[in-house]
Design a protein around this ligand. Sequence first.
Ligand code: SF4
Ligand code: SF3
Length: 543
Amino acid sequence: MTMFCYQCQETAKGTGCTVRGVCGKSEDVAKLQDLLIYTLKGISEIVVKGKVDVRELNELNYQFLNSLFMTITNANFDEESIENQIKRMIILRDDIRKNTNTRNLHDASTFVVESKEKMLEKASSVGVLSTESEDIRSLREMIIYGLKGMAAYTEHAWNIGRKNPEILAFMCEALSSTLDDSRNVDELVDLTLKTGEFGVKAMALLDEANTSKYGQPELTKVNIGVRDNPAILISGHDLTDLEQLLEQTTDTGIDVYTHSEMLPAHYYPKFKKYEHFAGNYGNAWWKQLEEFESFNGPILFTTNCIVPPRSEEIRRRIFTTGSTGYPGCKHIVADENGKKDFSEIVDLAKKLPAPKEIETGSIIGGFAHNQVISLSDQIVEAIKTGAIKKFFVMAGCDGRMKTRNYYTEFAKKIPKDTVILTAGCAKYRYNKLNLGDINGIPRVLDAGQCNDSYSLAVIALKLKEIFGLDDINELPIAFNIAWYEQKAVIVLLALLYLGVKNIHLGPTLPGFLSPNVGKVLVDKFGIAGIGEVEDDIELFMNV
Ligand code: SF4
Ligand code: SF3
């Protein structure tokens, strides 16, 4: 059997990548990722059946999260590191199995593979299509994709020292359920919502971790031009990597710029003290091929999204860390204390020219829950007087597809008395449009990274409380979400768990939704796709 993957929005023909990923993932990488997930299912079964207390198992905990994270779209293209991760997880799996009293285990909990060839052979029979029923497959995969997003957020929190063993216990419960053929559609729909519930917990945990370590995000102007010094570009979502890079580049004459999802780091007070933290360079992840070329300096990926580099020259400038990997790019690992040595990146930066300017000016952000709630009197007043008629939550991801111009057009055409609440790299479709403000409140309020969608939920719940409403759906807030990878899946499931209805999801509905499961989402939650910009605006404004 060839590869099969339909986990992201850009999946081939909207149904599944079968030869090579549209993302650039090779058949072997896709298969090894399938086998890694299968190994995690086995571990989960042992944990659940053997009633293993995961709290004490630090290494297993962390590697479990990291394994899921490695399989997120555009995180890791490196066969060797995925192969090694499978071997590592099998050792950890067999270790806990030996110490527990479990019988009648699934093949996932016991299989052995000695070589890469055997791994690929095994992977061919355990991937997505090994679940025959289309609906069960759809639900199982939706749960797994939600868990991948949840794992990413939980790992970032872990790196800051914040842990919640309940989350890992749930992940094991959910993953082991995907091996259980007795689970029917209704049970899996319930489990999908429960995944959303734990998604909220994971995002809350990360929010608490980030804000306790780096302060509450605040209204910030971020420079999008460049200075004359040589520089390093940092991309992805991990703030602990950024902190270490900023420390190690202090007084070296090297500037640090953010790319894509790292932009919101500028909103945290703790990072403002670094004078060489120069600004944000470029746009969302998919523009990196051109932008890395003109940046000139080294690039550090802390998480997804990596686009396969076009030239050897750029490949030599790319460094990966954490869950990411790309063949031929140097990977930097942490020591036992979590410290990473970025000296090689700094040395390389010193030899390279300063970035070429591609834009000038600044953008504004930092409207996470604390900042927005401190403006709540102003916002409530604006809603009461009718100065603000509606909020559009447009959080999520950006991507390459031309149809995503919809979101730029949408932002341009919505009435002037409406405000966009955003988070994630979806913002790059409209964050440089200069949409003005309403009584001093900017019309695009950026809360931060995709995980900061949690902030938007907190804001909505706060407004519900202020207005004394029973239902979050009575607020003048419409949800028009753009998705691409699995973090957006957990954000979506979290919103469904919080009771948000009538979310529009685009630019296309997920290929992993079977017609029947899609119908459940429509009937139960009012989920819809997107249409023409003008029609959608009219629809949203009239509810
Ligand atoms: Fe295809 Fe997306 Fe899977 Fe890549 S991650 S192989 S583009 S479905
Ligand atoms: Fe973007 Fe990859 Fe999803 Fe964190 S960086 S939102 S796509």
